[in-house]
Design a protein around this ligand. Sequence first.
Ligand SMILES: *Cc1c(COP(=O)(O)O)cnc(C)c1O
Length: 360
Amino acid sequence: MTELSDLPIRDSLKGRTPYGAPQLHVPIALNVNENTHRIPEPVALDVVSRLAAAVININRYPDREFSTLREKLANYLGFGLNANQLWAANGSNEVIQQIFQAFGGPGRKALGFHPTYSMYSLIALGAETDYVESDRADRYELTPELIRAAIAEHQPDIIMLCSPNNPTGTPLSLSCIEAAYEATSGIVVVDEAYAEFSHGQEQSAISLLPNRPRLLVSRTMSKAFAFAGARLGYLAADPAVIDALRLVRLPYHLSAFTQAAAEAALDHSKELLATVADIQVQRDRLLVELAELGYDPYRSDSNFVLFAGVEDPNAMFEALLARGILVRNVGIPNTLRVTAGTPSETTAFLEALADLTHRG
Ligand SMILES: *Cc1c(COP(=O)(O)O)cnc(C)c1O
């Protein structure tokens, strides 16, 4: 049998492992920070009717500039944005990949703050971009001083700031983003995948876009919008940045179906985001009840909680899985990460954990 290592694969990919959060069919999946609520049936029906309309012209390539979708994204975000400041791709992972293709590459370097989203290093690898990570302060917090020092040390071309941070949930202040921007002549990417769950949405880095053409803010419909399966991520930035991404995107990268489904979802953004308040309640409940169980949860502005004090994360992961509950072991010693689900999912997780904690 041919092994991967038998192939003339690029040296930089030899021995590497792909992104691989387990995809297991369990009753309670709280492992990849999806919105665990299904979309409302009337919204689903409208999505289907838009897909039906799109199929009539499916012999033709879709709108390469996805103009209608970009307009709807600009309207959704607000902040006075125009469609020419918006871009989208098949998930924000693809947006980030396009950023690396345009602004990274051989001889260039990207900087992240450990621990952070694992895809940054994998995307950098695929784009032949060096990737370095600086440590965070106590309890995974970032400060302007720490960011300035890391930029001075590494002189990166791309700075990845995840706000709030995955997998820790840590919020990021606007002063940290301003400090990063002032300290570099490179690109500053703020990944706001979980922005809708944060306490102060006016705190979005989008508010900093005016007069900062090297600042890029990415968002996704995979989390708060409950639309992960549709694959739609997007970006707000200076129109010149959008022009740069046009150089590397594949022609017609957003299918007619993707555009139609995302447009429908944006027309129903109020209904789709109606679950956000419930999820915030469950997140805050996790923070309180995990502490009551004797664990040490980190503060979170997202729809998940990282908690320390887990003696054997692998064993706890497996014990929860045996009860049909899937969480995430992100590889930080003595921690696990759990997504805030529906009230009953959160209850089931907390009860199982309480039971396993008292046994242990
Ligand atoms: C989930 C997530 C994304 C979203 O990825 P999509 O490709 O849009 O599904 C991006 N960044 C972070 C930090 C995430 O956790």
